[in-house]
Design a protein around this ligand. Structure first.
Ligand code: CDP
Length: 220
């Protein structure tokens, strides 16, 4: 399977990596792995079934048995469409809480690697280039200032008809950055061979073009 090329796109919350990953996958006709959605699904499943987010022993079976389907941009959990529900702020926070547990991460590993199918995969997350696909052909670490990311998240929520206070979003993003960066397992950090792309002043199109250019140089 390792002949199948992977483009790993990692970075902090709301850095725009999801948009960039989707655009790159579309341009190349590659599969797309939104690994954050898996952590969000584990958090939602736990919240719905009353499993505390700090009990690894309760979370691991949920992660291992996650009945999730990804189809045409929709996400289902146990047959229920949860595309919008997994983007709610309490679930975002919950995702970063379940993601600190080594057992949860391990339970999701094979499921993530199974997305590596011809002709190629664009994988979006925190540890795509460091842990899940260390042999990725291109590794990009997408960043942006916390302020720019809070604004982007506010715009995203507004598109869904939800109002959110910018200051609160900024606090939430900073808290999640801190939790993601300080955790012992697979902390948020660029792979040694990743290139960092600061998108604070870049459009999503320009960021995607940067990744496509990197891939074109490596593909040959
Ligand atoms: O879209 P956003 O960047 O806000 O979040 P996400 O990519 O959907 O990820 C949600 C949470 O899942 C993150 O805050 C991380 O704690 C966790 N996560 C992770 O630990 N490893 C990944 N590969 C992807 C997400």
């Amino acid at each position: 399977m390792s002949a199948v090329p992977v483009i790993a796109i990692d970075g902090p919350a709301a850095s725009g990596k999801g948009t960039v990953a989707a655009a790159v996958a579309r341009a190349l006709g590659f599969h797309l792995l939104d690994s954050g959605a898996l952590y969000r699904l584990v958090a939602l499943a736990a919240m719905r079934s009353g499993v505390p987010l700090d009990t690894e022993a309760g979370l691991v079976p949920l992660a291992a048995g996650l009945d999730a389907r990804f189809e045409s941009g929709r996400v289902q959990l146990h047959g229920d469409d949860v595309t919008a529900a997994i983007r709610d702020e309490p679930v975002s926070e919950g995702a970063s809480r379940v993601a600190v547990h080594a057992g949860v991460r391990k339970a999701l590993l094979a499921r993530q690697r199974a997305f590596r199918q011809p002709p190629g995969l664009v994988a979006d997350g925190r540890d795509m280039g460091t842990v899940v696909f260390p042999d990725a052909r291109v590794k990009v670490f997408v960043t942006a200032s916390a302020e720019a990311r809070a604004l982007r998240r506010q715009r995203q929520l507004a598109e869904r008809g939800q109002e959110a206070d910018l200051g609160e979003l900024l606090d939430e993003i900073r808290a999640r950055d801190a939790r993601d960066s300080r955790r012992a397992v697979a902390p948020l950090e660029p792979a040694p061979d990743a290139v960092t792309l600061d998108t604070t002043d870049l459009t999503a199109e320009a960021a995607a073009a940067f990744v496509l250019d990197r891939y074109a140089r490596r593909a040959g």
